[in-house]
Design a protein around this ligand. Structure first.
Ligand code: HEC
Ligand code: HEC
Length: 206
């Protein structure tokens, strides 16, 4: 119980002290032009992408999008495919793009029959964490419906399965660094099986 309340306290401290966020002046209309002309090639015009290696951005937390764009521009997150597209973005452009995608509806994904068992195991981990390993429940930051908590905790619901697995593996290996190491510490403790299961669950979350 004590451990749980500590985690909760830390979480709220983090929520309040997050240094980044989207400015209230963010303009979704201004973001739309670049999104539909430049980013659409990979992420789809409305942020629902066709290919599993390009993440969906529709319905994603605006501040998270702006923050990841800043990390990609500074090289803290290495995404070779995106280097050319972030170089000329100002913080204002990033906030506008975030505002545009946050306002787009995310499309739902159906889960194949063969994945139901894996999704059930994933659901237990997502909702309950893993007490013996000290893994926090994913719901505490990504919420039970997986829609995340703006501005910093991303939506994970309905994301491409392959993309989710790849990110958890990258956090685990340290190839992708999250702010404050939050996701690195969590993914480090997840087994390959747990990563597959919880990704299957998140991908089908509605
Ligand atoms: C040539 C294809 C391509 C184009 C064009 C492109 N992206 Fe990406 N983007 C990617 C890939 C690939 C990834 C994911 C890489 C990975 O697996 O980590 C990504 C990741 C992202 C992410 C991180 C999503 C998350 O959930 O963490 C954001 C935000 C993003 N792109 C926004 C944009 C914006 C805004 C533009 C236009 C200015 C853009 N992208 C243009 C290929 C592209
Ligand atoms: C204490 C809060 C917290 C908890 C608990 C948490 N996450 Fe996260 N998660 C975050 C934050 C913050 C980010 C964005 C980090 C970054 O890369 O800067 C994130 C990012 C992610 C991403 C990448 C999303 C994307 O679009 O690229 C995935 C996938 C993810 N988390 C899955 C999980 C899973 C699965 C669990 C439970 C086993 C979990 N998270 C528990 C805070 C949390």
């Amino acid at each position: 119980m004590l451990k749980r309340s500590l985690i909760t306290t830390q979480m709220f401290a983090l929520l309040i002290s997050l240094p980044w966020g989207v400015s209230s002046a963010a303009d979704a209309k201004a973001g739309e032009e670049r999104a539909t002309q430049v980013c659409a090639a990979c992420h789809g015009p409305d942020g629902n992408s066709m290919a599993p290696n390009f993440p969906h951005l529709a319905g994603q937390a605006a501040g998270y999008i702006a923050d990841q764009l800043a990390m990609m521009k500074s090289g803290e997150r290495m995404v070779p495919e995106m280097v050319a597209f972030v170089a000329d973005l100002s913080p204002e452009d990033m906030a506008n793009l975030g505002a545009y995608y946050a306002a787009q509806p995310s499309k739902q994904t159906a889960i194949p029959e063969s994945d139901i068992e894996a999704a059930k195991r994933g659901e237990r981990l997502y909702r309950g964490g893993e007490r013996t390993m000290g893994i926090a429940a994913c719901t505490s930051c990504h919420l039970p419906d997986g829609k995340g908590i703006p501005e910093a905790y991303p939506r994970v619901a309905n994301q491409h399965l392959d993309y989710l697995k790849k990110q958890l593996l990258a956090y685990k290996s340290g190839e992708r660094q999250s702010r404050g190491g939050i996701m690195n510490n969590i993914a480090f403790m997840l087994s390959r099986q747990q990563i597959d299961d919880v990704s299957t669950y998140m991908h089908a979350l509605k």
